[in-house]
Design a binder for this molecule. Sequence first.
Ligand code: NI
Length: 394
Amino acid sequence: MTTQEIRNISRQIENKLISIRRKLHMHPELAFEEAETSRFICNYLKELGIEVTDNIAKTGVVGLIRSGYPGKTIALRADMDALPILEENNCAYASTIPGKMHACGHDVHVTCLLGAAEVLMRLKDKIKGNIKLIFQPAEEGAGGALPMIEEGILSNPSVDACIAAHVWPEVPVGKIEVKQGPIMASPDDFELIIKGKGGHGAEPHATVDPISIGCQVVNALQTIVSRRMDPLMPAVISICSFQSGSCTNVIPDIAVLKGTARTFDPAMRKKMADMIEEIAGGIIKAMGGDYELNYRYLYPPTINDSTITNMLAASAVKIVGAENVLWSEKPSMSGEDFAYFAERVPSSLFRLGCSNPAKGISASLHSPTFDVDEKCIAIGTSVLAQFALDFLNQ
Ligand code: NI
């Protein structure tokens, strides 16, 4: 019965939601600059009669739906920021701001959460407890989740569980993909400055060549994953930048390597950081150089809670049917700061199918031609609302 109502309301508001998504898509804002997006969300929620707190971690917004009946509190989370990418799509709703684009679908996430807010407000009398609607800034890079949590968004009332959707082009529109356990990696990064001693290219014996040291380091770092890590536990180390020198006959003073180290296991995460320093440092010292390593622990791995994931799958089945709820075994090596919610309360991030190759919609996330089949919006809206209802009324 309620599922039918959710479907009906989602269908009624679908066209409005699509125009909201297009408006957001045309006006992308980068991390911690989501002022217009934030204002739009606030106004929308207020018009629905929802209690709103804004300016959390700069541009973050939290809406609170209190049913008036005692019960638990569920949080639904969307990220708001766009990427510094020049959009190459020619559609009518393409980005109007050169060099900025919603290429990771966060415009869709915001829209689905606004849609869910509207559905849940209309069904408020049938709900126990509370729903927190979390709109966070800066998922790409800096991270808005942790500062919002530090400002207290998981308390008053305290949140019992949290879910979020991410559009996923590997999954066709109409389908939902869920996964138990690790779903996104810890995307740590590092900068290694190799300090040698420069000199004339004709007199290498009078120098400490940071380029030849750097070459040894790059190769040796590849043995961490291949020789030192359990082959059944995924990990990756990539050196993505190697810069040094400027001409054909001068050995430079320094070389700078930059890279990323990713895994799903907290112990391996620490071990990789230690080994990078141990191996790189050992080689550099042995070859007469010195170094500075700036290692940044970024987001933790995102680990889905099994109970919440099972409940989420059951809610999704009500919306799209059992044949359209896929169970994945495969996590992604990308990072997601939803991880900070998942560290604190039982959580689950699900993949919202959004591609439609028959319509030419299949580009990957972060691509300048990324787009979604907008049919995914009503589905995302309905799954978020259905799960909130099921969780609160269990
Ligand atoms: Ni994203």
